[in-house]
Write a protein that binds this ligand. Structure first.
Ligand code: NDP
Ligand code: MG
Length: 334
């Protein structure tokens, strides 16, 4: 079954005429979506706390940022673009009391609405428009005349009108230039969490570290292990991106291709696949959401400990040194 995908001609920006859109949070997504909408002729206001660089950036970009409360009061459409882990508390304190029937409550990731941390009051529809890319790309692609593809989902109390608003919003940020896939809050939230845990962030980081550690423990030079297990990954991923697994396998040597077919399944085994299913169940049942919400209630103690530990892994130390010597790669430090 093919997905329903919307493009520019399916969306009508006039659906946002006369409506004030509040962007709450001028961070990665907020700064990009707000500016794109304004360039598309929409009436955009910003809710952003003062005292940090994001507030100053909003001012620099010609906005007059106000409190989350005031922005919510003034808006017809309220998009919560705050970090997921603070949305529940901020919503209950500063946003929900100021929503009125007919407002549309938006987000770019369904976590809080799907897992019941953000519950719309009666008469308020929920709507998700989620760009499938980081904020700086949402902005830079738009400026170039392109757009980052996006997802759209209509939640509780949503109607055909809500969907039209969502498509217009997606057009305003450039999403319909790339294509906007129709989904549900459950599908967006669950697949997003699964992807980042199992493949994109969790799976690939562990795979890289395990390969690196194996070579180093066997006495090979850490620099060799770094190039082999981390640096070269980009070259492989670029081939996936352009032409899938087939193109990667076409581009590498026959020896590498044979090793892929015969050794790969010994790394990602039946047991790994079973564990993936278990992780998916934990996402679907809300167990992961509960863990993450409680972790934050506890001041994120284990999260911070893990972050500290991971930062000092040998691959990070070696990598930092090697990347400095490759001026063209635009090395970043956190
Ligand atoms: P960021 O962390 O980049 O920005 C968060 C904004 O919220 C900042 O302006 C920050 O202000 C403000 N903020 C943070 N904490 C508080 C607080 N306690 N009180 C008031 N304001 C606060 O968030 P993202 O743009 O990354 O994420 C926003 C949403 O977009 C999330 O739902 C995320 O899942 C989703 N999303 C993000 C993507 C991405 O690539 N980043 C991709 C797709 C979806 P300050 O500067 O003062 O801290
Ligand atoms: Mg994601």
């Amino acid at each position: 079954m093919a997905a329903t995908i919307y493009y520019d001609n399916d969306a009508d920006l006039s659906k946002l005429k006369g409506k004030t859109i509040a962007i709450l949070g001028y961070g990665s997504q907020g700064h990009a979506q707000a500016q794109n909408l304004r360039d598309s002729g929409c009436d955009v206001i910003i809710g952003q706390r003062p005292g940090g660089p994001n507030y100053d950036l909003a001012v620099q970009h010609g906005f007059q940022p106000m409190s989350l409360e005031d922005a919510t009061k003034k808006a017809d459409i309220v998009n919560i673009l705050l970090p997921d882990e603070v949305q529940g508390d901020l919503y209950r304190q500063c946003i929900k009391p100021h929503l009125v029937p007919g407002n549309v409550l938006m987000c770019s990731h369904g976590f809080n609405i799907h897992f019941g941390q953000v519950e719309p009051p009666a008469g308020v529809a929920t709507l998700l428009v989620a760009p499938k890319g980081p904020g700086h790309l949402v902005r830079s692609e738009f400026v170039k005349g392109g757009g980052v593809p996006a997802l759209i989902a209509i939640g509780d109390n949503g109607t055909e009108e809500t969907k039209q608003i969502g498509l217009a919003y997606a057009k305003g940020i450039g999403g319909t230039r790339g294509g906007v896939i129709q989904t549900s809050f459950a599908e967006e939230t669950e697949t997003d969490l699964f992807g980042e845990q199992v493949v994109l962030c969790g799976g690939v980081s562990e795979l890289v570290k395990a390969g690196f550690d194996t070579l180093v423990e066997a006495g090979y030079q850490p620099e060799m292990a770094y190039f082999e297990c981390m640096h070269e990954l980009k070259l492989i991923v670029d081939l996936f991106y352009q032409g899938g697994l087939n193109y990667m396998r076409y581009s590498v040597s026959n020896t590498a291709e044979y090793g892929d077919y015969t050794r790969g399944p010994r790394i990602i085994t039946e047991e790994t696949r079973k564990e993936m299913k278990k992780i998916l169940k934990e996402i679907q049942s809300g167990q992961f959401a509960r863990d993450w919400i409680l972790e934050n209630r506890a001041g994120a103690a284990s999260f911070k400990a893990a972050r500290r530990r991971e930062r000092n892994h040998l691959i990070e130390q070696v990598g930092r040194r090697l990347r400095k010597l490759m001026s063209w790669i635009n090395a970043k430090e956190v």
